[in-house]
Design a binder for this molecule. Structure first.
Ligand code: ATP
Ligand code: PAF
Ligand code: BAL
Length: 287
């Protein structure tokens, strides 16, 4: 396994790997957990070679967010990726990614609006810009992203379609189902911010989401089910709810009643120093 921190060695390493087969990219911000490693294993099953990028992208953090506090553990991450048989780690410095004078922004409208786009203004511009650069830097055949960040996945697929990216085109962007802890909490690097007490309380998030989904699928009005969900989170130790919404699963149109198409319940809520996000499928009614 090779680790590179600047563009010239990256380009040489990528050219070598591409001589002998397909290349998959798993973009991350590091502080790896089983969710990331699941993406890596899926990548290995689908391509001859796997590159993992590790970059805490300043462009996608707003003022007052956790850019400085975000865990950075390259040595530990490298050992985990080596054990998974990863070929290449791309861990650029901030200067390598954004040299002096960098002035380009990629902004995807529509799917990036509302939800995390409203709670974190500019966040998805930062994500789209860095992911577009990563695709051009690593030239992967496929790229893998977690469904935990459902809106992010929609933004990246939209960008790939709109910018006529051929590899990876929208169909080569693979979404991997959310990996959860035994009690149902979605794995996330930010779970490390939780105290033991908050960690125990955080299980209220997936539990309340499952209850709301069962209620919606049983015919309860969407707004009532969402109000019950929010009340359960606040009673369970969450300090604030950024959003709890039912949306079309693909185009993310807001829904105030169940549709005949696949739907998604998406929630972001704050507990202690962590802002946790989660989403789950809601099954369309058949009659
Ligand atoms: N529990 C998970 N299951 C599946 N994929 C995941 C999971 N957690 C993160 N991913 C995916 O891993 C990739 C890198 O994510 P990132 O490095 O931001 O980790 P994270 O755990 O989501 O961290 P954060 O706490 O910043 O949200 C993204 O595509 C993300 O969706
Ligand atoms: C896709 C990504 C690596 C871009 O910085 C980040 O948003 C993440 O880790 O989900
Ligand atoms: N996994 C999403 C990256 C972020 O929260 O900035």
């Amino acid at each position: 396994m090779q680790t590179v921190h600047s563009l010239d060695p990256l380009r040489s390493a990528v050219a070598e790997l591409r001589k002998t087969g397909t290349l998959a990219l798993v973009p991350t911000m590091g502080a790896l957990h089983e969710g990331h490693l699941t993406l890596v294993r899926e990548a290995r099953a689908r391509a001859a070679h796997v590159a993992v990028s590790i970059f805490v992208n300043p462009l996608q953090f707003g003022a007052g967010e956790d850019l400085d506090a975000y865990p950075r553990q390259l040595e530990r991450d490298s050992a985990l990726l080596e054990a998974e048989g990863v070929d290449l780690i791309w861990a650029p410095t901030v200067d390598a990614m954004y040299p002096q004078g960098f002035a380009t922004n990629i902004s995807v409208t529509g799917v990036s609006e509302g939800l995390c786009g409203a709670a974190r203004p500019g966040h998805f511009d930062g994500v789209a810009t860095v992911v577009c650069k990563l695709f051009h830097q690593v030239l992967p055949d496929i790229a893998l992203f977690g469904e935990k960040d459902w809106q992010q996945l929609a933004v990246i697929r939209r960008m790939a379609r709109d910018l006529d990216l051929t590899r990876p085109c929208a169909d080569d962007i693979i979404g991997v189902p959310t990996v959860r802890e035994a009690d149902g909490l979605a794995m996330s690097s930010r779970n490390a911010y939780l105290t033991p007490e908050q960690r125990a309380q955080a299980v209220a998030l997936p539990a309340a989401m499952k209850t709301a989904i069962a209620a919606i699928e049983a015919g309860e009005p969407v707004n009532d089910a969402l109000a019950t969900l929010e009340a359960a989170l606040l009673a369970g130790g969450f300090a604030a709810i950024d959003y709890a919404q039912l949306r079309d699963a693909e185009n993310l149109t807001p829904l105030d009643r169940p549709a005949a198409r696949p739907m998604r319940l998406l929630v972001a809520a704050r507990i202690g120093k962590a802002r946790l996000i989660d989403n789950m499928a809601v099954t369309p009614r058949t009659c």
